[in-house]
Design a protein around this ligand. Structure first.
Ligand SMILES: *[C@@H]1O[C@H](CO)[C@@H](O)[C@H](O)[C@H]1NC(C)=O
Ligand SMILES: *[C@@H]1O[C@H](CO)[C@@H](O)[C@H](O)[C@H]1NC(C)=O
Ligand SMILES: *[C@@H]1O[C@H](CO)[C@@H](O)[C@H](O)[C@H]1NC(C)=O
Length: 372
């Protein structure tokens, strides 16, 4: 009777095994998402970025700070609020004591060496107020937030950081996440939609930025990389855009770039409203291993749009497509010299994109189990 018993044990083990079978993750998620003790090892996340922003430390090595109140005082923030943590001078790893909806009164200036880590809570920011703002800020990680309904702010005083103090600031244009004059920034696993201006805008000579694993939807101008066509300082900008899910209902700018070097890799594009990837002022755009699903209208099949160039100088802009997958008639007009490497990380084939992006957006994280 030992043999049938052994068989049934093996069958039992294989059934149990398939219950725990764990589909392959992308390069970022496979670094931490399998850890059932993620809540004890939160700072491990800081080792997991890829691409140009991969050195972003966030608040790694600093103390934890727990947000316990959704309230906001832009000038004299109370301990326990998000703004108090974000404006401290020292490195902080900011987490949330519970689910919360935060409506800010002024843009949230995030000082350097901060992680805002929404894992384990459902945190919504925006809700008809201004949102997240970085200026002269280095080493920031934004992870696991729902940011939507961000609107313009008024002229007024706001605490920039402990050392910069309270400063009057001009109205801001209503982005979910603004990055200006900042380096080593990583924006990962956020759910972003429906704001007045951009969802993630990176400008004013910011560089070393990775925007990954986010879900972008219901929005017009999704992502602007580069300030304006006379701001040559943006030539230093290097941005990686990877493993994001764009759609449904994204109109344009996924991204729209100026100057800089942009690696757009392994992203999933649902049908766009106007175009997917655009730019002016001769940026370098390497599109690698993305999946583009074109809209049905025959005149919207082209992925790219080049603004402000004549055919002769457009031909010199380096916009290359490698290992991309084109569905529903999508196509990509290439220009410039053939791509010879130097990409920001090793992307996979576009065929893998549905698997690599299936967990895009803020994850639901439960202690002692995976973040899903
Ligand atoms: C989008 O955001 C605006 C501004 O907060 C809000 O009034 C509107 O209801 C939101 N729309 C959707 C579809 O969520
Ligand atoms: C570009 O931006 C710079 C810096 O903000 C500004 O001084 C300049 O007027 C802008 N140029 C255009 C054409 O908008
Ligand atoms: C495109 O056409 C297909 C087939 O008719 C349809 O199923 C799909 O919903 C359409 N997509 C959009 C975005 O309109």
């Amino acid at each position: 009777m030992a043999f049938p018993c052994l068989v049934s044990v093996l069958v039992f083990l294989s059934v149990i095994g398939s219950c725990f079978s764990y589909e392959r993750d992308n390069l970022i998620d496979s670094c931490w998402r399998g850890d059932r003790n993620w809540q004890k090892n939160r700072m491990k996340l800081a080792d997991c970025a890829v691409g140009f922003g991969s050195s972003a430390m966030g608040g790694k090595g600093g103390a934890f700070y727990t947000v316990t109140s959704p309230n906001d005082d832009p000038v004299n923030p109370a301990p326990g609020t998000l703004r108090y943590g974000a404006t401290r001078e020292r490195p902080l790893w900011i987490i949330f004591g519970g689910n919360m909806n935060i409506k800010l009164k002024m843009p949230l200036y995030i000082a350097g060496y901060k992680t805002i880590d929404g894992r384990g809570a459902e945190v919504h920011i925006g809700n008809g107020g201004p949102c997240l703002f970085m200026r002269n800020s280095n080493h920031v990680i934004i992870h696991g937030l729902h940011v939507h309904g961000c609107t313009t702010s008024v002229f007024g005083n706001v605490l920039i950081s402990e050392s910069s103090g309270v400063v009057p600031v001009y109205p801001q244009d209503g982005d979910a996440i603004t990055v200006r004059i900042s380096t080593n920034i990583w924006v990962d696993h956020n759910t972003l939609s429906n704001c007045t201006d951009g969802l993630v805008d990176v400008t004013l000579a910011s560089t070393a930025v990775t925007i990954s694993n986010n879900h972008f939807f219901d929005h017009d101008e999704v992502m602007l990389l580069g300030h304006n066509d006379s701001f040559l300082d943006d030539i230093v900008m290097k941005v990686t855009v990877a493993f994001n899910h764009f759609g449904p209902n994204c109109m344009q700018r996924m991204p729209r770039a100026r100057f800089g070097h942009i690696h757009v890799a392994n992203n999933y594009y649902e049908p766009w409203g106007k175009y997917a990837i655009g730019g002016s002022s001769h940026p370098t755009i390497i599109s690698e291993g993305n999946m583009f699903i074109a809209p049905n209208e025959s005149y919207k099949k082209e992925v790219t749009i080049r603004v402000g160039c004549t055919s002769s100088n457009c031909d010199a802009w380096e916009w290359r497509s490698i290992h991309d997958v084109f569905l529903n008639g999508a196509h990509f007009i290439q220009s410039g010299k053939e791509y010879t490497g130097g990409e920001s990380f090793k992307a996979e084939s576009g065929k893998e994109v549905p698997t690599l992006t299936r967990h895009a957006g803020a994850l639901k994280c439960v202690p002692f189990t995976h973040c899903l």
